[in-house]
Design a protein around this ligand. Structure first.
Ligand code: SAM
Length: 191
């Protein structure tokens, strides 16, 4: 099976990719993960979705491509230079970009619930994980990627990932699946 074959990319993804490349942003998700996000999101119409770590908006374009008209997305990014790429290209009233620290966002919105959370930055993935898992609605999804070793990982990051996976494995309030695929994915649904 060729998992890359016949993946139709969202219209805006190429524009985001090119501008991100121009500005030296290299942390976007790959197309397999983007395609997975789109597929999952499209199974949950009317969803409230949270993306922690917009980057330049590459994953955002895939999420939006799967969303129906009644779903909404909040995407949080601390670096204005990166967020502005997404803001400049993605004009869609279903998404609200929030430029600021993800940890502060989590703190300020900890009582809110989201049907899908894609945690693609430090807060919500490597710290404040409990808080973010609490923000997942019943039957909602928590998704993380980049769990397989990468050559650009700083020293000690591998241990953090192992610790994170061990912590998540203990959560009895979620069904979980780990995928040794794309960059290494973990997906969990709240019971
Ligand atoms: C892996 S990248 C996100 C990539 C994006 N989701 C995609 O796949 O296209 C992680 C992003 O988190 C941002 N970031 C780092 N620390 C953050 C924080 N404390 N709060 C919010 N964003 C943060 C980085 O600037 C970076 O753009």
């Amino acid at each position: 099976m060729d998992e890359h074959k016949n993946i139709r990319k969202p219209l805006l993804s190429e524009q985001v990719r090119l501008l991100a490349e121009e500005k030296g942003f290299t942390m976007s998700c790959d197309d397999l993960t983007g395609n997975m996000l789109r597929t999952l999101v499209s199974a949950k119409p009317g969803s409230r979705i949270l993306e922690l770590g917009t980057g330049a908006g590459y994953s955002t374009t895939w999420i939006l491509d799967g969303m129906d008209g009644s779903s909404s997305l909040i995407s949080v990014e601390s670096e204005a230079d990166f967020a502005n790429i997404a803001i400049e290209i993605i004009k869609d009233n279903r998404v609200q970009f929030h430029v600021g620290d993800g940890g502060a966002y989590i703190e300020e919105h900890s009582s809110e619930k989201f049907d899908i959370i894609f945690a693609d930055t430090w807060p919500g993935k490597f710290y404040m994980v409990e808080e973010v898992l609490e923000m997942v609605a019943g039957n909602g999804l928590y998704i993380i990627d980049d769990l397989n070793p990468q050559t650009n990982w700083p020293e000690g990051h591998g241990d953090k990932v192992i610790e994170l996976l061990e912590f998540l494995d203990q959560r009895e309030d979620f069904h979980k699946v780990k995928l040794d695929w794309s960059t290494g994915i973990m997906m969990m649904t709240k019971k």
